[in-house]
Design a protein around this ligand. Structure first.
Ligand SMILES: CC(C)(COP(=O)(O)OP(=O)(O)OC[C@H]1O[C@@H](n2cnc3c(N)ncnc32)[C@H](O)[C@@H]1OP(=O)(O)O)[C@@H](O)C(=O)NCCC(=O)NCCS
Length: 174
């Protein structure tokens, strides 16, 4: 699938991961998160753990000339109310040398299209509000999972509502 905004900047395609992509996704995620002061250092392992747990709901890659230059993961999230249809976005990575050229934007657009096709209620994440607000995510400190930094917890509502109470990430996130 191609995204018009991206084609203005780089000739990149977005597609679902294939079995042979696993190593490249691992390496890219490691490279992208390594310089980040907030990184736990195990983001690349998280993707493998989600996959092994059957919890990698969506794993999509951005490609440029056949090389993998971006990746996004979605996994199921739960809510204390029992409401279903929620997912966690992340980890998400763009090749360090190609950042700020629309790769992240296109991966998020692809993930959103997938969520809407599932009839999902919405999507949660912990991340920098300065980046994610442009995609419709809004700060939701009162809904933050126990142990997650509330000031970085964000929700994208796809059905105009978010239940009161805490979300939970998939157990592999610890
Ligand atoms: C976060 C990340 C995936 C974004 O991917 P990207 O391809 O660089 O982002 P895009 O080019 O699609 O950016 C979209 C917009 O956000 C802006 N932006 C990018 N990174 C930003 C940041 N860290 N803070 C604020 N704005 C940012 C861009 O300038 C762009 O704005 P524009 O469309 O008005 O020009 C990428 O920077 C990355 O891999 N970072 C390291 C890993 C990481 O931090 N992952 C997220 C953890 S929550």
């Amino acid at each position: 699938m191609r995204y018009p905004a991206l084609e203005q900047r780089l000739n990149i395609g977005i597609r679902l991961e294939r079995p042979e992509d696993k190593g490249a996704i691992f390496d890219l995620t490691k490279r992208a998160f390594a310089p980040m002061p907030f990184a736990d250092g195990d983001e690349q392992e998280m993707i493998d753990r989600l996959r092994d747990a059957g919890a990698l709901s969506l794993s999509a890659v951005a490609t440029l000339d056949g090389a993998i230059v971006g990746h996004v993961a979605l996994s199921p999230a739960t809510h204390e109310s029992g409401e279903s249809g929620w997912y966690t976005l992340g980890p998400i990575s763009a090749e360090p040398a190609l950042q700020r050229k629309g790769i992240g934007r296109s991966l998020i657009a692809f993930a959103r299209d997938w969520l809407e096709a599932q009839g999902a209620s919405g999507c949660i994440l912990t991340g920098n509000p300065a980046y994610y607000e442009r995609f419709g995510f809004a700060g939701a400190p009162d809904n933050a999972p126990a142990g997650a930094p509330p000031q970085y917890f964000m929700v994208l509502k796809l059905k105009d509502r978010c239940p009161a109470g805490r979300f939970c990430f998939h157990p592999v996130f610890g």
